[in-house]
Design a protein around this ligand. Sequence first.
Ligand code: AKB
Length: 313
Amino acid sequence: MQKNILIIGACGQIGTELTFTLRKKHGSDVVIASDIREGNEHLVGSGPFELLDATDYDALEELVAYYEIDEVYLMAAMLSATAEKFPMRAWNLNMNSLFNVLNLAKEKKISKIFWPSSIAVFGPNTPKVHTLQNTIMEPSTVYGISKQSGERWCEYYYNKYGVDVRSIRYPGLISWKTMPGGGTTDYAVEIYHKALSDGEYTSFLSADTKLPMMFMDDAIRATLEVMESDAEKIKIRSSYNLAAMSFTPLEIAESIAIHIPKFKISYQPDSRQAIADSWPSSIDDSKAEKDWGWKAEFDLERTTSEMFKNLNT
Ligand code: AKB
């Protein structure tokens, strides 16, 4: 049966690629892109686009009724570094947009939700290596606190009201179509652009800061896989750990140097270092593998080749 899909935050780093992928799969007319601002011209021109403030319940409800929406992907959020500067704005955006979508589902106005969580749900007391699905969390950032609270609410709405909400804890995401904005892992995208434009990059994280990362194609595939799995396979209704690779700024620089031998990296850690230091260095995603068959395809070498292939054209 044909379903209508709404993407909130469609102009962001994940939203853009998700919109293109879902439009290719289901047809442009049934995938409604929305954002608080207009972004990528190609995206806005490739199917229905609506300006939407996701914290405005009435506006969201009206849009959902107008397009007879079945599924919502809520990709709007303030990320870790920006959220430290604007704690209350981040909390309001990240939580109210989630409550609005969860309440629409509770009222049976939509039938399925995707909501992204993050490795930011973990904190300085979490075991750092192969961090398990269920472990100490205690996030120390505004963004992490909002994501951990969001996870609790998703599980609550599933248990209490039967809301079909599905979620993944994304690691840092690397992509070439749209720049990330306001995150701690953004360096791993900026570095490719600077390598091409300037032949050098100053990293805001130290040489040995190891973080979990993923190429966007893997992240989009995981998102669609968790959404398309039979409901009984989705055993975790808070959010699934997800992993592909882990690397440091030094290691990504070495992989770039294979393509650009003169590339130089220097290090000037700033306030984002403390955020990165509070996160795991690698993630155990065996539950996603077991429950719905998750398997990453891109390692660092393949990611670097894809980035240069696409940024060079
Ligand atoms: C960020 O750095 O804030 C995000 C994330 C890991 O959720 N990319």
